[in-house]
Write a protein that binds this ligand. Structure first.
Ligand code: SAM
Ligand code: DTB
Ligand code: SF4
Length: 330
């Protein structure tokens, strides 16, 4: 990648009414690597303990057979990725998984479902799950697809802390990846989540063949939300055999690190989560991601249908880097 040194008129911390242009963000991406990381690290240290990492554990409460055609996703009914369709997990299984996650050190439990949107019956079951996980004293998160106003109110009442709903990529690239919904559908759900008073968790996937401008476009969409999401998962595409994106060209890991840094600079107070793709990442690249401002990970052997590093590997990595779970020190 061609790099350039730029002097920005924009202060380090943009005022609330300032919007990030795609060009500004693209210029950040093109900074020399050391300048970009230094700037990201400085912003990170202004707002966070740089050695603490927040741990979220994921559980797929309803797997496979989804009616959306997201090109990256092994759970779409449009692709044959060998994922077995399962009915919704029973409440006791969810509670057992949450207790195990808590015992392992996770402070947030995220329940994911392969739905375009939940039905009324689905919602009744999820509400019970949210209440039960909350009663354990964990933070709760769910990702269930599109929601209407009644559903966001139900989740808020149940005590849901975060709702994850990714915008995934830039608006211009969205149609290349998904055809069964449009960008505005995602933005509408996020707006409803915000209005209902829950924390917003929204991010995207890097390495789907998007251009640098489109990568900057994704970050601009997130950073210009008012307010920007409290939690921003940055996923490295997990290439699953049988999905349309299985043969996408390999992303340079340093470009992934750059994306984390740019997210940190443009969304200084957000929790930036180093999300899918960690299993394939070396410890060195993950360390660079933390240096670039990532301060949250998915913790536990499994994401939704694909693998994540073993707990032992993550514990060893944190020890090696002198890092500790956020919940242990705060
Ligand atoms: N169905 C709901 C939805 O789409 O919002 C919730 C579950 S969906 C699996 C949650 C997110 O996982 C997607 O928005 C996408 O960002 C991410 N994801 C899915 N497959 C992925 C893959 N192969 N690599 C990286 N991220 C992926
Ligand atoms: C997010 O941004 N990444 C997580 C979570 N939010 C729900 C999901 C990653 C899924 C990776 C593919 C899989 O395991 O099926
Ligand atoms: Fe369904 Fe979500 Fe997968 Fe898209 S990302 S196919 S909506 S489970």
């Amino acid at each position: 990648m061609q790099t350039q040194t730029l002097h920005f008129s924009r202060p380090l911390q943009a005022a609330a009414d300032q919007r990030w242009s795609v060009a500004d963000i693209e210029a950040l991406f093109k900074l020399p690597f050391a300048d970009l990381l230094f700037r990201a690290q400085r912003v990170h240290r202004e707002h966070f303990d740089p050695n603490a990492v927040q741990l979220s554990t994921l559980l797929s409460i309803k797997t496979g057979g989804c009616s959306e055609d997201c090109g990256y996703c092994p759970q779409s009914a449009f692709h044959d990725a060998g994922v077995e369709n399962r009915k919704m997990l029973e409440l006791d299984k969810v509670v057992a998984a949450a207790k195990a996650a808590q015992a392992g050190g996770a402070d947030r439990f995220c329940m994911g479902a392969a739905w375009r949107e939940p039905s009324e019956e689905d919602m009744a079951a999820v509400v019970e799950m949210v209440k039960a996980v909350r009663d354990l004293g964990m933070e709760t998160c769910a990702t269930l697809g599109m929601l209407n106003d009644a559903q966001t109110a139900q989740l808020k009442d149940a005590g849901l802390d975060y709702y994850n709903h990714n915008i995934d990529t830039a608006p211009e690239f969205y149609g290349n990846i998904i055809s069964t919904r449009d960008y505005q559908d995602r933005l509408d759900t996020l707006e409803r989540v915000r209005r209902a008073g829950m924390h917003v968790c929204s991010g995207g996937i890097i390495g789907m063949g998007e251009s640098l401008t489109q990568r900057a476009g994704l970050i601009a969409q997130l950073a210009n939300m008012e307010p920007y999401p409290e939690s921003v998962p940055i996923n490295n595409l997990v290439k699953v055999e049988g999905t349309p994106l299985a043969d996408t060209a390999e992303l340079d890991p340093l470009d992934f690190v750059r994306t984390i840094a740019v997210a940190r600079i443009t969304m200084p107070k957000a929790s930036v989560r180093l999300s899918a793709g960690r299993q394939q990442m070396s410890d060195a690249v993950q360390a660079l991601c933390f240096l670039a401002g990532a301060n949250s990970i998915f913790y536990g052997e499994q994401l939704l249908t694909t693998g994540n590093p073993e707990v032992e590997r993550d514990r060893a990595l944190m020890d090696k880097l002198g890092m500790y779970p956020f919940a242990e020190k705060h």
